[in-house]
Write a protein of this length. Structure first.
Length: 281
């Protein structure tokens, strides 16, 4: 309560502290100028010495506000950033779902009976190895494939998946899988890939600052035959690349929010460290 009052009245407190200092020094100087001895001047001031007490109170409140104001603002910015991240997550999810619906309707026209699933795998470096981690926040699914759910992470240099091939080549890769495609996977993945998947289309998501490796892979897959001709495959690839550009912008904005959050945390740590160091002095 006191902190809130001080925070709201900080400009007034600063002004009052300055006025009190000026008034007291003016009275003190007048007494000295009139010939009052130093040893008697403070006694002759009488009740005017209360201005010193008032000045100490005002100065202490001003210093307190100067110390606590940065932390208060940092907490406000952290709260604001959290709200922005929450809104961004909803926007990201809505954008991906809407674009996927447009994608499937565009490629299925005029039958509108085709179905596919879409997952996004984000690039991570774990122990020096390139990995693709499924982003479970954002996906689009029209077909139920429970056996495909446990697939969380794949290693590009080890796992023989279409998304790994697309990442290594940094280009779109389309493949129609044979009925026995589970035999190509190792023990770690054979129970994490649905055997009914018949086709996979993987597209890299590129970020200009990381041109050497994709930032993510968009993976589309389905059970039934989806494309009727090479032209449909080319059209789907074009649309998928446009979707990749949108996802790229969303990922860059998300990384920007993370950097701001990290900077605020570092500033808070610096403020805490400075406060501890000052208290020890």
């Amino acid at each position: 309560m006191i902190s809130r009052i001080i925070s709201k009245s900080w400009p007034v407190l600063t002004l009052l502290a300055s006025l009190t200092t000026g008034l007291y020094m003016n009275i003190l100087a007048s007494k000295i100028y009139s010939g009052e001895p130093w040893e008697r001047v403070f006694f002759r001031l009488g009740w005017w010495n209360l201005l010193v007490v008032l000045w100490i109170i005002l100065f202490s409140a001003t210093v307190y506000q100067a110390v606590t104001e940065p932390n208060r603002r940092l907490r406000f910015f952290r709260l604001l950033l959290t709200k922005v991240q929450q809104r961004y997550s909803k926007l990201y999810e809505h954008a991906v779902r809407t674009l996927c619906e447009l994608l499937v309707k565009t490629t299925s026209f005029p039958t509108l009976k085709k179905k596919f699933n879409l997952h996004i795998f984000v690039h991570r470096n774990i122990d020096g190895r390139d990995c693709l981690v499924k982003d479970r926040r954002f996906f689009f699914e029209q077909e139920i494939m429970p056996k495909n759910y446990p697939l969380d992470i794949v290693f590009v240099d080890e796992d023989k998946l279409v998304i790994c091939d697309a990442f290594s080549r940094n280009t779109c890769v389309y493949e129609e899988l044979p009925s026995n495609h589970l035999t190509r996977y190792g023990e770690r993945l054979k129970d994490k890939v649905d055997p009914h998947i018949r086709w996979v289309f993987a597209s890299p998501v590129r970020i200009p600052e990381q041109a050497d490796k994709p930032a993510a892979i968009i993976c589309c897959f389905g059970r039934a035959d989806f494309f009727r001709s090479e032209k449909e495959i080319e059209q789907f690839e074009t649309l998928l690349q446009l979707l990749s550009e949108v996802v790229s912008e969303l990922l860059q904005f998300e990384e920007y929010l993370i950097e701001i959050h990290r900077d605020i945390h570092q500033i808070e740590q610096f403020e805490d460290t400075s406060f501890i160091a000052d208290s020890r002095l």
